[in-house]
Design a protein. Sequence first.
Length: 105
Amino acid sequence: MSSSNRRVFIFQVAAGGSALALAKVAHAQGAPMVNEKDAQAVSLGYAADTTKVDAKKYPKHVATQLCSNCALYTGKAGEASGPCGIFPGKQVAAKGWCSAYAKKA
Ligand code: SF4
């Protein structure tokens, strides 16, 4: 491979990787919100508003626990929603909560 072909190849690989990364971001931003009534959401006690969590069912829950400060949340700071590893392909509310909550380190 000539050095010019190598440069073209490296550029194509880098451009392909960037396009893939952009596609993933676009997909995450356009992903539907988790519905509180979905079976998985119900089983985890997901609520789009942490203040509406059933205190009797989840006595350890406190209102300062939010998806936005959960270790599984990968949304950007300040945005209303973002992806969560528990609900692949969907978005959770930044002010939401579920019983899989784990405080971000
Ligand atoms: Fe929210 Fe964390 Fe539960 Fe995901 S795992 S829904 S980010 S509390």
